[in-house]
Design a protein around this ligand. Structure first.
Ligand code: AKB
Length: 313
């Protein structure tokens, strides 16, 4: 049975990943860590950890007897653009500490990359697994550097590093903070709360997205995959759908016919979105470890609206 330590456990992915891992591997085998105290009590073991403190990270991992580290703590794209130096220090400092701990304690390693690892010169449609990566955002620079660093730890030290390039992740459990794709989560909340939404991303801007249950399954499947089959490691393109704001609005209107969308574009997040692909090609992930998403846009909308109605009422 794996013993897994997760950083950034109270974040958008972390908070749901913990529950998924506890279900797969047992509550006592999953250690949550985060820089802040949880607002509500968390199930399973929890430790406060600032990921820029490599010594403490090592101690916590060793005391727990972890054989796997899932490093989720990071600033997202829009926040990183506001504080680029802080983002570099946190995103890269945290990552190299986690890789060092994995090397020292011989642990399996996962960290997410992102569609943000691509840039304006990357082919925009059906972006291949191996292609030009010259991102123009600090977040993207962190993600490409991170992919290379993870590959380096694999080839140089034999650390079993694995990763995916996540698209925008949509969930009704924890809200994202400071991302460019966040509009596709906000829109569902506003649809239930007020029946209308003002999008900070312009009509016609396509980005890849995935529903959280598919993202969590992808992490588990990749970590369980036979290493002999992995040609790529850091990081696999994964996606479930690509849409632009009026298409998600149309999907919501199938359930809430009076729902209205309007636009007030935020130039910073729009520029980030414009630099990212319209759609990426996940065929390497499918071929090498069987990746397949279950939810398309309409299936996701149906579940999001159903779950949010329960949550918000
Ligand atoms: C963001 O918008 O920053 C993230 C991402 C696509 O990496 N959701």
């Amino acid at each position: 049975m794996k013993k897994i330590m997760v950083t950034g456990a109270l974040g958008q992915i972390g908070s749901e990943l913990i529950a998924k891992l506890q279900k797969e591997y047992g509550e006592e085998n999953v250690l949550s860590t985060d820089i802040r105290q949880p607002e509500q009590s968390v199930t399973g073991p929890f430790e406060i950890l600032d990921v820029t403190d490599g010594k403490k990270m090592h101690e916590i991992a060793k005391d727990f007897g972890a054989d796997t580290i899932m490093h989720m703590a990071a600033l997202l794209s829009a926040t990183a653009e506001k504080q680029p130096l802080f983002a570099w220090n946190l995103n890269m400092g945290g990552l190299v500490n986690a890789l060092e701990v994995a090397r020292e304690l011989n642990m399996q390693f996962f960290t997410p990359s992102s569609i943000g690892a691509f840039g304006p010169s990357t082919p925009k449609a059906n972006t291949p697994q191996d292609t030009l990566q010259r991102p123009t955002t600090m977040y993207g620079v962190n993600k490409v550097s991170g992919e290379l660093l993870c590959d380096y730890y694999y080839t140089r030290f034999g650390v079993d590093t694995r990763g995916v390039r996540f698209p925008g992740l949509i969930s009704y459990v924890a809200q994202p903070g400071g991302g460019t794709t966040d509009y596709a989560v906000d829109i569902y909340y506003k649809a239930i709360e007020v029946g209308k939404y003002t999008s900070f991303i312009a009509e016609g801007t396509y980005m890849d997205m995935m529903y959280m249950p598919d993202a969590l399954q992808a992490i588990v499947d990749l970590m369980e995959a036979d290493p002999a089959k992995l040609v790529h490691r850091n990081a696999f393109n994964v996606t479930a759908m690509s849409f632009e704001p009026s298409e998600i609005a149309a999907s919501i209107q199938k359930h809430i016919p009076d729902f209205k969308i309007s636009y007030e574009v935020d130039p910073v997040r729009q520029a980030i979105a414009d630099s990212w692909p319209d759609s990426i090609d996940p065929s390497a992930a499918t071929a090498e470890w069987g990746f397949k998403a279950k939810y398309d846009l309409d299936a996701m909308t149906e579940d999001m609206l159903k779950q949010l109605k329960i949550k918000l009422n």
